[in-house]
Design a protein around this ligand. Sequence first.
Ligand code: BGC
Length: 299
Amino acid sequence: MSVILGIDIGGSGIKGAPVDTATGQLQTERFRIPTPDGARPEDVRDVVRQLVEHFALPGAVGVTFPGIVQHGHTLSAANVDKGWIGLDADTLFTDATGHDVHLINDADAAGLAEAKFGAGAGVPGTVLVLTFGTGIGSALIQDGTLIPNTELGHLWLRDKHAETWASDRARELDDLNWKQWGKRVSTYLQHLELLFSPDLFIIGGGVSKRPEKWLPHLQLGRSRVVPAQLQNEAGIVGAAMMAAQTGGRTTRPTGPVVGQATVPRKLRADPTLEAKKTVAKKPSSSGKAAAGKKTTSKR
Ligand code: BGC
């Protein structure tokens, strides 16, 4: 039996529990600490350290993050502090805790867990797990294998940014009833159905607790839709599963030099996905003149 600590960084709480990665069962109650205001990297790091110390479990630790995670770096921050963009978060947490910490996107973690132990267990083919909360997260699974960082919440449906228009937060902000929200979600799912032809959609996030409210309002052509089963444990379980797969590795994978995700111009205008500008501004004409002068004076 391999028991690994899984930690889920969410908008309101950071939760952890030891997970038996062979069965997907939590070994104790979850321990939850409120997410510090603003969710800045150093504040979140301190909470993760507290959780690791609380459980005092040996070995690797899996941690979810609500943004793109590539080679241990966090590359986007739609709903958290922009200081995460381009950060080597694996190393930040590993140094802070003294454990080998592995990060994974939150929806990817939920997807792994649902595909192995939840609503997708034993389902062959293409499974698309979507989490509806503050944002929309996505996990694409093909015959049990995860294709990470799909970020399908940031699709555009004509002039509508999917996550801003159809997330659970959008339902609350726009004061939609379940039928109205179901209509938006159906439009979104129909578009995904066209693009991916999934055999199964699994709907997770907070809304998965009360499927009777929205499931009857979803209309799809070809695919089956079911609510997620692991609910608020999915992130913790998936994070632990991923750490169990990669755990024991002491060297970091090499890959392309990572800076930040390239955010299309249209998305950059969206305040939820505003990226830090690291690219130097084009010099203005007066700047060019000044640079020219400097070169001349050097000669
Ligand atoms: C982020 C995703 C995340 C989802 C759910 C989106 O805004 O871009 O990475 O999975 O929210 O938290």
